[in-house]
Structure formats: C-alpha cells, structure tokens
Write a protein that binds this ligand. Structure first.
Ligand code: E4P
Length: 223
C-alpha cells in the first residue's frame, strides 16, 4: 500500500514527509499554480526534500509532440526517474507509448473510466490515476470503477498500479483502497483527519488523567 501526498506546498511536504512513510508526491498544474512559485525551482526544492522518492509531474501540452518535449525538459531538470503524468486521452496514450519505449516512468491521469485505465495500461503506464471524487460528482460509482480496474489488471497480469486520486473525504480514500487501489494520493489535511478527531483526543485525555492521578507528572522513564 502506498501513501502519496497530493501537494506542492513545501511546508506540508517537509512536515508530512517527517511523519509518514510517503511513497512520493503528485502534482498537477492546479496544485503547482497554488504555490505561486517558479516552476522548476519549486520542483527542485521538492526533490531535495523527498530525495529519491517518487515525484509525479504533469505535462500541459495538447499534442504528443509538445508533451514529449515537456517530458524531456522534466526528466532533464528533475531526473530520469520523474513520473510523467499524462492525461489519458488519445493523444496522451500515444505520448505514454513513446515515453515507455524511451524508458520513462508514466502516470496516466484524468481517469474517469476503467476503459481509459485499460488503454493506458496496455501501453505500459506505471500508474493510472482514477479521480474518485470527480467520478462521484458525475454519478459514477467510483468504488466499482476502481474495483473493475483492479480486476482487469489482476486477471491480465498487468503490472500497472492504481493510484487513486481526487479525494474530498477520508471515506473515499478508504473506499479506493478497499476497492483494490495499490496507492492513494491525497491532500495533507485528509491524512491528518484520518488520525485526529475529538474521540481520539478524548481517549488520549482519559489515559493521561488516569496516569496523572496515580503517578503525578512523572514519565515512565522517571519511575
Ligand atoms: C492527482 O493525480 C489529481 O491531479 C488530483 O488528485 C485531482 O484532484 P481534484 O479533483 O481535487 O482536483
């Protein structure tokens, strides 16, 4: 199971990279634009924080030729191991096919349907990124769609992994994993929400009160 951060915020990346054993960082043009920073310096700073962990960066061109040029610039500046995120439309699949023949790493993105995932996988994409919340917004059963992708890959011995994305709540994240996604990429806030809530606080406060009533302010290592 892989836990990925869907952010380009340096402070968050430092903090959450310290707490969790993240597999890497995913970004898209919207996420990068939010940081209002120079494109390559920001990505290089992210690279220096996460070391050799995965960095997924999306191309923005609409033709195969443009996307290939962008991919080349990305791998030149950020390293050959950079995962090139390519939208899974026809031009994108063509781009993925060339990138894979050149030994690049590829994440197929903007996935709303298992058929896109299947075609991206057929040209060797390393990951496919189904958009859980956006599918829900279209009245698509995201859990079933991810389950179908997982079934297709498993029964055809396809190595492509599913990195589910686009989450608005923690239930969606868990649903994606339960449906068969090997990886999830979510905002830092969602990971915090998974382990921070008033019930957890109350349990911890209860134990602290019972401890203090018996041992005062001494810690275990002082007894
Ligand atoms: C990740 O690959 C996607 O770009 C991202 O999760 C989309 O999320 P959104 O639907 O919240 O924009």
């Amino acid at each position: 199971m892989e836990i990925i951060l869907d952010t380009a915020n340096l402070e968050d990346i430092r903090r959450y990279n310290d707490i969790y054993d993240i597999t890497g960082i995913t970004s898209n043009p919207t996420i990068l634009a939010k940081e209002k920073a120079e494109f390559f310096p920001l990505l290089l700073e992210i690279r220096s924080i996460i070391g050799e962990k995965q960095l997924h960066v999306q191309v923005t061109g609409s033709t195969c030729e443009e996307m290939l040029k962008e991919a080349e610039a990305l791998t030149d500046r950020l390293g050959k191991d950079t995962y090139i995120k390519v939208p899974a439309n026809e031009e994108g699949i063509k781009t993925m096919k060339v990138l894979k023949s050149r030994g690049n790493r590829v994440t197929a993105t903007a996935i709303y349907m298992p058929q896109q995932a299947m075609l991206a996988a057929s040209v060797g994409a390393d990951y496919v990124a189904p958009y859980f919340n956006r599918m829900n917004n279209m009245n698509v059963d995201s859990k079933k769609a991810i389950g179908d992708m997982a079934w297709l890959f498993e029964h055809n011995q396809i190595q492509t992994k599913i990195v589910a994305a686009s989450f608005k709540n923690t239930q969606q994240v868990m649903d994606a994993l339960m449906a068969g996604a090997q990886a999830v990429t979510a905002s830092p806030e969602l990971y915090t929400q998974m382990v921070e809530n008033p019930m957890i606080d109350s349990a911890i406060a209860g134990f602290a009160a019972d401890w203090e009533a018996t041992y005062g302010d001494k810690r275990i290592y002082e007894l």
